[in-house]
Design a protein. Structure first.
Length: 373
């Protein structure tokens, strides 16, 4: 095993604080264990899609195999908000694009390329093979890179569940905050909790991990008051790793909840599941790949159009609050069963050792070594 591992090196750049970075750091540690080589001599190098471009160029110059772990792709339509984010000449140019049809889609392709996609696309073009985090991510990138060798491997984590919440008539929900992407739909989640309390008289409490007081783009400023002045919504501060308070909040929760929309592979969901929590979520993006039977997913229409609301709009398909409430009641009422389903997901699919082995097998296969680790 040592001999085969020495053929692969996972390049990891420290200093970032996203949940995806936490997963990739743990994955790189697994892959690089017992190495007999480094990034300058290993025949095969794995990169996260956020790795410095010059590192990939150096590997290409040295003739090493380059493999890139790919997450999402930007797919904003040419909304007023998107146009206003562009520099004046580009704003005027893209403002002339038709509102629909082939030319509109072409303009959206170019606008998203200029506004963020160019970095990831450059790394993908340099890669000999791609590892997507979900089938949804693979479908989204197929518009541009269907010709690239690729495989899908869902993210994973170490399963560290240490107990279950005490029996209580109240329903304890937990989620992780994101102040950058409107697609996380935090305002709607908060509105749902208020609705369940005031309209349905349900004793539901929500804990928001990683709250920093900043609001996602296009969000009504009243959201801050709805979160901070509410007795049944608790917030815990931003984190790089789960602290004691965050771990305690996850232990006390009945389930993790998210309305995230067209998200390639929200690692926050996997991290919550690794603490034993079943999930209630919108059946959107890569969520079904992660959750499967370890929770209840409510209907959410991802639509047939490639370009849609994302970073610059807060207009998403409706989520039926009654369906969400029914899902929450089901998971609460069968909590032990769903927690077992979570454990099974990790023992069969999501455990970090299993995920790391899949990465190694894929990389060695692409490198011409068919040996099974």
């Amino acid at each position: 095993m040592r001999r085969f591992r020495s053929r692969v090196f996972a390049f990891f750049e420290t200093g970032k604080s996203t949940s995806g970075q936490r997963f990739y750091g743990a994955l790189a540690t697994k892959i690089n264990a017992c190495l007999e080589t480094d990034s300058s001599t290993a025949p095969l190098i794995l990169f996260n899609v956020s790795a410095p471009l010059f590192e990939l160029l150096e590997c290409r110059f040295r003739g090493q195999g380059i493999f890139v772990r790919v997450d999402g792709v930007y797919f904003d339509r040419l909304s007023v908000g998107f146009l206003s984010s562009l520099r004046t000449p580009l704003r005027l140019l893209f403002g002339l694009a038709p509102k629909r049809g082939v030319l509109n889609r072409f303009a959206c392709d170019i606008a998203n390329l200029i506004n963020e996609n160019y970095g990831a696309f450059a790394r993908i073009l340099l890669a000999d093979g791609l590892i997507y985090q979900s089938e949804y991510s693979r479908r989204m990138h197929a518009r541009y890179f269907c010709w690239k060798p690729a495989i899908t491997i869902c993210n994973g984590a170490n399963f560290v569940a240490d107990g279950s919440p005490a029996a209580s008539s109240s329903i304890e929900l937990v989620t992780i905050y994101d102040d950058w992407r409107p697609t996380k739909r935090i305002p709607e989640l908060v509105e749902f909790v208020h609705w369940a309390r005031r309209v349905k008289d349900m004793e539901i409490n929500l804990t928001i991990l990683g709250y920093n007081g900043r609001l996602p783009r296009c969000t009504d400023s009243t959201l801050r008051t709805k979160i901070e002045a509410c007795a049944y919504i608790r917030t815990l501060s931003r984190f790089r790793e789960f602290g004691d308070e965050h771990k305690q909040a996850l232990r006390q929760a009945d389930m993790y909840i998210t309305f995230t929309y067209r998200d390639a592979c929200p690692n926050a969901v996997i991290e919550a599941m690794a603490r034993g929590l079943p999930v209630v979520a919108a059946a959107s993006g890569g969520i079904p790949d992660i959750v499967k039977d370890a929770g209840v997913l409510v209907k959410c229409d991802d639509g047939t159009e490639y370009f849609t609301a994302a970073r610059f709009e807060n207009v998403f398909p409706c989520i039926d609050y009654h369906e969400v409430l029914a899902a929450i009641k089901k998971v609460k009422g069968q909590n032990a069963y769903f927690r077992k389903c979570v454990r099974d997901r990790f023992s069969k699919d999501l455990n970090l050792d299993i995920v790391a082995t899949r990465y190694m097998s894929a990389l060695l296969g692409w490198g011409g070594d068919e040996t099974v680790i």
